[in-house]
Design a protein around this ligand. Structure first.
Ligand SMILES: Nc1nc2c(ncn2[C@@H]2O[C@H](COP(=O)(O)OP(=O)(O)OP(=O)(O)O)[C@@H](O)[C@H]2O)c(=O)[nH]1
Ligand SMILES: [Mg+2]
Length: 363
């Protein structure tokens, strides 16, 4: 699962990438190579469980991000998305769209003035244009193929043409593919095209430290744009978060406190990323390790076991499952068993976020 960071040139993509991944990629140095890194998913449950188990290691789940350099004259300017840039965007599972609200005279803006909300709207439009031109090309091809098609092939082509036209009409009316409520068969048919507006999307306004008091107003404006179940929006002080992320943990806490920077905007952004792509975590506990494991919501116990190790999937017997809340109440798995809140579950059990799982297996 990889989330692509996209936006206008100099909007703070690399800065936010560094904040997310606690990385040190070069900021404000244009590079045509993407930066790739992982962010640890904040999970307070791991912290609480560690108090019980004092484990040797605590391993959070991770989300990976790719900071995709924008073509210098390309994105958000209705000049179309093409070539390598389009390929890079298509190969992501979700998009994190960054726009700039910070004012910094030494950093020029491609549109000469700073207006984050205008930029969000432009970029979302740009993604729609990209899908529209892909749809048009495909439609032309279908019409062409129809002319020389055998009778048996024609019904398939007619079906595809109808679907493409339906989707195109919706898109022209301003409805992104992810919001079109297509039946599963249609979504499946279209998935091969990697339409950009079909991807879960998070829009982010990058503010400077002294704009923190305006964060709420930006958030409210974003709420009007970022609608639909597969879209999220947030505001982040990118440069501040990067500086904090590059500090030692103790110093970071102290600085954050003294700056009144509150709960990390970063943690919220990572949590939103996790959520918008439909990921949840199940947990494992022990004196060696307390750990969160990333799964897609709806995963069955048998497959979830395979995340830990292929042997656990191959030799799966059953899983012992207790909710995080019940385990915290009981204080140990043994006590959870005694009180009857440790459930025995089979292969088909659908794992919930926060389930603590112990897999019994035999290979
Ligand atoms: N004041 C302020 N400056 C910022 C902020 N975020 C980024 N900058 C500055 O803006 C410039 C560009 O930041 P980058 O993170 O390199 O932006 P980018 O989008 O990766 O740029 P390209 O990859 O060149 O398109 C740098 O000089 C940053 O220091 C911010 O939140 N506040
Ligand atoms: Mg960059």
């Amino acid at each position: 699962m990889q989330i692509g960071i996209v936006g206008l040139p100099l909007s703070g993509k690399t800065t936010i990438f560094n904040a997310l991944t606690r990385g040190h990629a070069i900021v404000a140095g244009y590079s045509d190579k993407p930066n790739i890194g992982v962010a640890k998913v904040p999970d307070n449950r791991l912290h609480e469980l560690s108090k019980i188990y004092s484990p040797e290691r605590v391993v959070p789940a991770e989300v990976s991000y790719v900071d995709i350099p924008s073509p210098q004259d390309g994105f958000g300017q209705t000049r179309g998305i093409s070539g390598d840039y389009l390929n890079a965007l298509q190969s992501t599972d979700a998009l994190l769209v960054i726009t700039r609200a910070f004012d910094n005279p030494s950093v020029t803006h491609v549109d000469e003035s700073v207006d984050a909300i205008r930029d969000v709207e432009n970029m979302l439009l740009e993604l729609s244009f990209s899908d529209l031109s892909l749809l048009e090309r495909r439609l032309d091809r279908v019409v062409e193929a129809f002319k020389s098609a055998k009778a048996a092939e024609r019904s398939e082509l007619t079906k595809e043409q109808a679907l493409l036209e339906h989707v195109k009409g919706n898109l022209e009316a301003g409805v992104a593919l992810r919001d079109q409520n297509l039946p599963p068969e249609a979504s499946h048919r279209l998935s091969g095209f990697q339409f950009l507006t079909a991807k879960p999307t998070i829009v982010v306004v990058n503010i400077s430290e002294d704009q923190l008091p305006e964060a709420e107003s930006f958030q409210n404006q974003l709420a009007e744009i970022a609608t639909g179940p597969q879209m999220r929006a947030t505001v982040i002080a990118g440069k501040l978060e990067m500086d904090l992320a590059q500090m030692e943990e103790g110093d970071e806490k102290e600085f954050r406190h003294s700056l009144n920077a509150g709960e990390s905007g970063l943690n919220r952004m990572i949590a939103l990323s996790y959520d918008v792509v439909g990921l949840i975590s199940f947990l494992t506990v022990g004196e060696d390790e307390v750990r969160a494991w990333q799964i897609v919501d709806g995963t069955i116990a048998h497959k979830a076991a395979g995340k830990i190790h292929t042997d656990l999937e191959r030799g799966f017997i059953r899983a012992e499952v207790v909710t995080y809340e019940n385990l915290m109440d009981c204080g140990s798995l043994a006590e959870a068993r005694r009180r009857g809140v440790l459930q025995q579950e089979g292969k088909e059990y659908i794992v919930n976020d926060g389930d603590i799982m112990h897999v019994l297996f035999n290979v």
